[in-house]
Design a protein around this ligand. Structure first.
Ligand SMILES: NC(=O)c1ccc[n+]([C@@H]2O[C@H](COP(=O)([O-])OP(=O)(O)OC[C@H]3O[C@@H](n4cnc5c(N)ncnc54)[C@H](OP(=O)(O)O)[C@@H]3O)[C@@H](O)[C@H]2O)c1
Length: 256
């Protein structure tokens, strides 16, 4: 059995590799844009850039984890993922795993467009698949939550986020265990929190326009809108089931 992970120079993919090595003797391969950035003993490194499909080499791979890429342009990102899926078909990969977003097909957050389209491309490929629909990482919010003031437009919208490393562990478990064929996992934290709750008297209720005027990129503000609208508020059981324990609470990462 051969397992290949893309995006392994990134934080999530790197975590998946680390967790996988601790729980399987299967051959682990990574496909990365810059092989010089990855050096883990026992792991085969292949060069692969989603923007240059001819570089992608998924030959001999039973399970492929496509970690979603990080370009800001949705069309570029969808094409990158389409390139990876096309190569998976060409190289007869046995099973494709993809890191998506919670409720990818119905979510109102802008980023979901990419994940909905990519999931459809994977379904249309006919390859067995597993969608790991990751909720928000705690890490997205640590900077804001540790500021002197916490100026956000979320109001008291709740977030069922989880530590990035818990999502990495869930992916590693899914890759290392049997089953999961044509399954969609909605992965969230075990508990929810809100900005006013965690920021206390440092919380400042500001508008989306205030944040844009302060220089925040529109895609970040879009995530605050989604939080305000409860898009990431629901706790689902799938992450706990995969990792075999409640998720790490955000308070642990905040040193509380
Ligand atoms: N759920 C959330 O809260 C959340 C938050 C942020 C991001 N995300 C999504 O989850 C993904 C993984 O998160 P992360 O924290 O690991 O992000 P990250 O640390 O930025 O890692 C992104 C990975 O994608 C690789 N990549 C980018 N473009 C590529 C291309 N054209 N060809 C091949 N590889 C490419 C990067 O390679 P290089 O090392 O060469 O740049 C890197 O390994 C992100 O890419 C993004 O889609 C989710």
């Amino acid at each position: 059995m051969t397992i290949l992970i893309t995006g392994a120079t990134g934080q999530l993919g790197g975590g998946v590799v680390r967790h996988l090595l601790g729980r399987t003797d299967e051959q682990v391969i990574v496909s990365v844009r810059n092989p010089a950035k990855f050096d883990v003993p026992g792991v085969e490194v292949r060069h692969g850039d989603f923007d240059a499909p001819e570089t992608l080499d998924f030959r001999g791979v039973d399970k492929l984890l496509i970690v979603s890429a990080d370009a800001h342009d949705s069309d570029v990102r969808i094409q990158q993922h389409a390139n990876a899926v096309a190569k998976a078909v060409e190289h007869s990969v046995g099973h494709v795993f993809y890191t998506s977003i919670t409720d990818a097909d119905t979510s109102t957050v802008g980023a979901a467009v990419v994940h909905k389209a990519t999931e459809q491309i994977i379904r249309d490929s006919g390859l067995p698949f597993t969608f790991l629909r990751n909720g928000m990482y705690h890490e997205n919010y640590l900077g804001a939550l540790t500021g002197e003031t916490v100026a956000v437009s979320t109001k008291d919208g709740r977030v069922a986020s989880a530590a990035r490393d818990d999502f990495a562990l869930a992916a590693a478990v899914a890759l290392a265990t049997d089953g999961h064929v044509n399954q969609t996992y909605e992965l969230t934290g075990s508990t929810t929190w809100s900005f006013p709750e965690l920021a206390g008297d440092r919380f400042r209720d500001v508008s989306d326009d205030d944040l844009i005027a302060a220089g925040l990129p529109p895609f970040v503000v879009d995530f605050f809108v989604a939080i305000r609208n409860g898009v990431f508020a629901q706790v689902r059981p799938d992450l706990e089931k995969l990792i075999g324990r409640p998720s790490t609470p955000i308070e642990s990462l905040l040193g509380k």
